[in-house]
Design a protein around this ligand. Structure first.
Ligand code: AMP
Length: 305
């Protein structure tokens, strides 16, 4: 099954109570690609960077199984840059800087070989670019999953609502679900958001796990693995989404039972992501590591010895 990923490929700077990074590689599609290719190899990336980007990282994505033909490199321009600062509890963060740079006028050109993907992961990007990408596909995918953030709700809500009508699954965090729906209760928020288009909704609650609301009113919950140290939560949401859709693409399924397993995979991968700054940890693990963490999750979630 082919899986098309779009999203930011970026430079980040991150401040946490444990330290700060200089400019390091980040971006939603970077995390998604690294996570997804641990589970499934037929992955294509559509994204844009400036000539200042770290091209060793692009080589790493290729080596891990991502086809980067759709990655545009803009001569004379700078990559997207995001600077975030976490508070002591690490569940909340402030965005200090967002410099769109190459993302400001990104035209997502989908290579011909990727115009009929089975699965599509619309990672965090302007909703207009997410829509244009869908318009450029020449066949309806089996499943479209979308991630977004409050930034786009603040500045492009109408476009965001237009994309929502065309996606099957939306993943957002609890704060964003409340902002988008105007409801405090997450159950009510899920009802309101599902009426906007996506049949299925995943609400991520950071260290408190993730909720899956299915198309027939089903609900499933997956905890986050209790970790001794959470070093840097950046990219955990993207990694989660990459694990979720990577698992589904590897099985060819889109039913609720498969999605339940998908969020366990997403949670297992996210638990690795937060253990080191940026993409460092994800870049160093193997599929055996993923299996080991899944086993830990299964122990966490079962009452039988
Ligand atoms: P997450 O922690 O999963 O929400 O994702 C963090 C990643 O999102 C960082 O690596 C950023 O580069 C990226 N990011 C932050 N703001 C934006 C934005 N407005 N559009 C696209 N990507 C963004």
């Amino acid at each position: 099954m082919s899986l098309l990923v779009i999203g930011s490929v970026a430079f980040d700077a991150i401040d946490t109570p444990f330290g700060s990074t200089g400019k390091i590689v980040g971006g939603a599609a970077s995390y998604i690609s690294l996570a997804t290719t641990l589970l499934h190899k037929h992955v294509g990336l559509v994204a844009v960077v400036g000539e200042d980007f770290d091209f060793d990282f692009v080589s790493l994505l290729k080596a891990r199984g991502t086809d980067t033909t759709g990655l545009q490199i803009k001569a004379g321009e700078k990559s997207f840059f995001w600077h975030g600062k976490y508070h002591m509890d690490m569940n909340s963060r402030d965005t200090l800087v967002t410099e769109l740079n190459v993302l400001g006028d990104f035209d997502p050109i989908v290579p011909e070989a990727w115009q009929q993907p089975d699965y599509v992961m619309l990672g965090n990007l302007s909703p207009q670019v997410q829509l244009t990408t869908l318009d450029r596909l020449t066949r309806k995918p089996k499943l479209v999953v979308m991630d977004t953030m409050n930034f786009w709700m603040d500045i492009a809500l109408d476009d965001l609502k237009a994309v929502l009508k065309r996606v099957d699954v939306l993943t957002i965090n609890d704060e964003e679900a409340r902002q988008l729906s105007g409801e405090y209760s997450l159950v009510k928020a899920a009802r309101v958001i599902r009426a906007m288009g996506p049949q299925t909704l995943i609400i991520k609650k950071g260290e408190h796990g993730a909720l899956l609301f299915g198309s027939e009113g089903q609900t499933f919950f997956c905890p986050a693995l209790p970790l001794e140290d959470v070093f840097d939560p950046t990219g955990a949401g993207d990694t989660f989404a990459g694990g979720f859709i990577g698992y589904l693409a590897s099985t060819g399924r889109t039913d609720f039972e498969a999605m339940k397993t998908g969020i366990v995979y997403g949670s297992a991968l996210a638990s690795y992501c937060v253990e080191q700054f940026g993409t460092t940890k994800l870049a160093s693990i193997t599929s055996e590591d993923v299996d080991a963490r899944l086993a830990q999750f299964r122990l966490l979630m079962t009452e039988k010895a």
